[in-house]
Design a protein. Structure first.
Length: 368
């Protein structure tokens, strides 16, 4: 499939982003979204190696929109049923249809529905969600489980949903003080996912996608379910809003006076890491509730705060000491240190007495 032209871009912006008046040549505010969209559906254009298929399942951007409409109109469709409906009559292998379906979900909904298959074995995180749209699982159910609270976390439910001392979670502090690297992701499931092994924090950077989704139905119920939201053509308002708040109020509070370091880091990430160029534009679309709780991202914020409170060791030597140091060992070392201090003190006293005796004897000899 070729990269979408200007006319196709306008059509896609209207259907996927709710921006019918979007003109890419005049104001490319959705450049990050369409870069991701084209990289997913036209990988060869960006230099990614792919196998040529004589008769691809997705031949045009119209086919993509058709698939999206199927999922919106019936969010309870299972993965297998979606393949049957979306690609009926297509002469393609099952694996090719599955691949095409996952491309559509990634490009249009910003969700990797096969991430369960792609996490590395060494990946470490107590809040990681290995999500996959299973063959007999409905689409809305898959999303609901993918964004569900992680039951493995040891943090209390109330603490999960609040942001303790959110000022300590500013991105520039994480980078400078905790030596954490910020990495952009186009997979919403991976937002705020921290890997302590590599000290990498993934941040969903598509702020204009979030804003456009919220704008489409900014007056609907804040707590719509995935099924209800998908029928409107959006992701749940709370999920979108929480994500935007974690970016612009916690990690990068660039709208606040005196946050020059946040703006400086954000611009650096835009230039060097491919963050959404519009990420410096702050617009929440709807008011931020005074009692906003982080139903979706609370566990990961809490985990990140624990990293800040107890920073990881800076090198292997410090790590070894931490692994082999317990309260019992620390007490033993303290007692040994106390006895050594007493012993050295007594030894110093004996040496001083001997020195005094030697001096006295020398004086006595001098007198005689």
């Amino acid at each position: 499939m070729q990269v979408c032209n200007e006319a196709e871009t306008r059509k896609l912006a209207a259907d996927l982003l709710g921006a019918p008046s979007y003109n890419p040549s005049e104001s490319p505010i959705f450049s990050a979204f369409f870069r991701h969209y084209n990289e997913v559906l036209s990988p060869s254009t960006f230099g990614h190696a792919i196998a040529e298929i004589e008769s691809p399942v997705l031949k045009s951007h119209k086919d993509v929109l058709s698939c999206v409409q199927i999922l919106r109109s019936n969010p309870t469709l299972t993965f297998n049923d979606f393949l049957d409906v979306a690609f009926a009559g297509k002469d393609a292998k099952p694996s090719e249809k599955e691949y095409a379906a996952r491309l559509v979900v990634s490009a249009a909904f910003m969700v990797n529905c096969a991430s369960k298959d792609y996490y590395s074995e060494g990946f470490q995180s107590s809040t990681a969600t290995r999500a996959k749209w299973e063959p007999n699982q409905g689409f809305a159910d898959f999303l609901e489980k993918a964004f569900a609270l992680n039951p493995i976390s040891t943090v209390g439910q109330d603490e999960k949903r609040s942001v303790p001392n959110g000022g300590s979670l500013k991105a520039w502090k994480l980078v400078k003080r905790s030596n954490i690297r910020i990495q952009p992701t186009n997979n919403l499931i991976d937002h705020l996912l921290y890997d302590p092994k590599d000290r990498v924090l993934k941040v969903f950077h598509q702020t204009m996608f979030l804003q456009s989704q919220i704008k489409r139905y900014k007056n609907v119920d804040f707590d719509l379910t995935f099924e209800e939201s998908l029928k409107l053509g959006i992701l749940p308002p709370r999920l979108l809003f929480e994500t935007l708040v974690t970016i612009h109020c916690i990690l990068f509070p660039v709208a606040n006076i005196g946050n020059k370091r946040s703006m400086r880091l954000l611009k650096k990430l835009i230039k060097k890491e491919g963050f959404d160029p519009e990420a410096t534009w702050v617009e929440f679309v709807r008011p931020i509730p005074d009692d906003l709780s982080f139903t979706y991202w609370g566990p990961r914020l809490a985990e990140l705060y624990e990293v800040v409170k107890k920073p990881p060791p800076t090198n292997s030597l410090v790590a070894w000491f931490e692994r082999h140091t317990s309260e019992r060992n620390a007490l033993t070392v303290a007692i040994i240190g106390l006895f050594l201090s007493v012993f050295l003190g007594v030894l110093s006293l004996v040496v001083a007495i001997l020195a005094l005796i030697v001096a006295w004897l020398a004086w006595k000899d001098g007198q005689s």
